[in-house]
Ligand binder design. Structure first.
Ligand code: NAD
Length: 505
């Protein structure tokens, strides 16, 4: 057993964040994994979890060795068999109990999210508050799983025969999640997968495993049997990749970057995929828009969670006649955002997940400015804290308009008319969300039909989601839809049954 001073741990963790070390010591584990119904400190290296604002170690987490992953997969196969015999009413009751348990420790979970991820305490409380209701929606879906009768008598061969479909669980589901909503996005995976009757193995983001692993533990406390719900921690390219490549796994539900999604699909072989990937969402401001409402929504949509949201408003196209007025209204709102310590009540925007990420965002902002964009406000950063930034006159070929930013900056450009706005909004490899502000119903209807994304917002920014709604992208933003009902469908299969009459020859 080796012991290290707190200063030493913090220094190691800072180095890890900068990519020098994947950190790691052997004692003082705070958070365990859940394997085969038991808490486990695993055979992998323990990982330091950093508070992104102070860049200090808040907890150490166990991680899985290849042997632990194998053990979890074996337990999941047994768990899938148990789930196949667990009635819908019992699955729903467990989900209801998990919802109660989350509600009972909501404040603790919110503070954990602030510590591991860096969003403000207000944002973290709103994230946690959505989870019990989401799990109750999943409980309802467990009770509604159903197939249908299938007409077979379109030709003489089918006459007298009865066709049915049964909706059945896929078996073992692997759920892999990103850092930016470490509890809510985990709940969007565990809830529907469990409601559908599957055994689930969670692998939360390496940087933010605490609240997600806690949710897996709460399933066990609520009565989920050993092997039906498990939580592993560790690096994506090792623990995540081993899980995804395994043939016992029938479905992968993944939220994260496009590059990790590509790696998963390449390694996984024949499986079901539910992939929620990256984006650079557009927002169109028509000349007849309510500019105050549009500015208010953009100031929320571009900077919530320091812009670390897949549906963040990133590319804003404004009709020329209202361009100046919109920029003024937006600047007034954004200049009121208070960036700082996410635990402080006055802070309205926290840091990025790491100083390294702030450097990456600075590179994209500098690229836009170098190409001729005007920095209206912000642009600077200190450590992981990036100032809320507006860039105007952003050139079409800048990285800000081509790539995903995942930071607190919004790029704005003037367009001659609505046709140009729609064309530029669609000029992206991604297609997750989009928004338009207009009072003209015909413009809104055209946008709804012509914009190539998964979720369209009329008179709001792309950043809006009700947990009940189907949610997911097209193009390089992913495959399939989340939201309890849609995700349950994605994580089940239809089994077709034909009954033949006694004398059928
Ligand atoms: P990431 O892709 O770096 O990591 C996501 C998860 O994948 C982590 O758990 C990671 O450990 C794991 N992983 C990485 N490589 C892997 C591999 N080869 N095999 C298996 N697992 C692997 O993403 P991130 O930085 O945590 O999150 C930010 C990204 O997530 C952004 O691109 C954002 O747009 C996306 N995101 C999308 C949505 C959506 O709904 N579409 C929602 C939130 C975040």
């Amino acid at each position: 057993m080796t012991y290290y001073s707190v200063q030493c741990l913090n220094e190691l963790a800072r180095l890890a964040r900068r990519g020098f070390v994947i950190a790691i010591w052997e004692s003082g584990l705070d958070m365990q994994m859940l394997i085969a119904g038991e808490e486990s400190s695993g055979g992998g290296p323990a990982v330091a979890i950093l508070d992104p604002f102070h860049e200090e170690v808040v907890e150490t987490v166990a991680s899985a060795s290849p042997g632990d992953v194998e053990r979890a997969l074996n337990a999941a196969v047994a768990g899938a068999a148990l789930m196949a015999r667990t009635p819908a009413g019992e699955r729903a009751a467990i989900l209801e109990r998990v919802a109660d348990l989350v509600a009972a420790e909501a404040e603790e979970l919110a503070r954990t999210i602030v510590q591991e991820q860096g969003k403000t305490l207000g944002e973290a409380r709103r994230e946690v508050d959505r989870v019990p209701a989401l799990l109750r929606l999943c409980a309802g879906e467990a009770l509604r799983l159903s197939g249908e009768t299938v007409p077979l008598d379109q030709g003489p061969d089918g006459v007298g025969r009865l066709g049915l479909t049964l909706r059945v669980p896929v078996g073992v589901v692997v759920a892999i999640t990103p850092f930016n909503y470490p509890l809510l996005l985990v709940a969007h995976k565990l809830g529907p997968a469990f409601a559908a009757g599957n055994a689930v193995i969670l692998k939360p983001a390496t940087e933010t495993p605490l609240s997600g692993l806690r949710l897996a533990q709460l399933f066990a406390e609520a009565g989920a049997q050993a092997g039906t719900m498990q939580g592993l921690a560790g690096a994506g390219p090792s623990v995540g990749a081993q899980l995804c490549a395994d043939d016992r796994v029938r479905a992968i539900t993944f939220t994260g970057s496009e590059s990790a999604g590509q790696a998963i699909v390449a390694a996984a072989g024949v499986k079901h995929f539910l992939l929620e990937l990256g984006a650079n969402c557009p927002l169109v401001i028509a000349a007849d828009a309510d500019l105050e409402q549009a500015a208010a929504a953009t100031a929320i949509g571009g900077y919530s969670n320091a812009g670390q949201a897949c549906i963040s408003a990133q590319r804003v196209f404004v009709e020329q006649s209202v361009y100046g007025d919109f920029l003024d209204a937006l600047t007034e709102r954004v200049s009121k955002i208070v960036a700082g310590d996410p635990m402080m009540a006055e802070t309205t925007m926290g840091p990025l997940i790491s100083a390294q990420e702030a450097e990456r965002v600075a590179g994209i902002v500098a690229d836009a400015a170098g190409g001729g964009a005007r920095v209206v406000c912000g642009g600077e950063h200190s450590g992981s804290l990036f100032a809320p930034t507006i860039l105007a006159d952003v050139p079409a070929d800048s990285r800000l308009f081509r790539e995903e930013l995942f930071g607190p900056a919004v790029g704005v450009a003037a367009v001659d008319d609505i046709d140009e706005a729609f064309a530029r909004a669609n000029a992206s490899a991604y297609g997750l969300g989009a928004g338009i502000f207009t009072k003209n119903v015909h413009t809104a209807l055209r946008f709804m039909r012509e914009i190539d994304v998964g979720v369209v917002q009329v008179n709001w920014s792309p950043l809006w989601r009700a947990d009940s709604m189907p949610y997911g992208g097209v193009k390089r933003s992913g495959i399939g839809k989340e939201g309890p009902r849609a995700a349950v469908e994605e994580l089940t299969e239809l089994k077709t049954v034909v009954f033949h009459p006694p004398a059928s020859l």
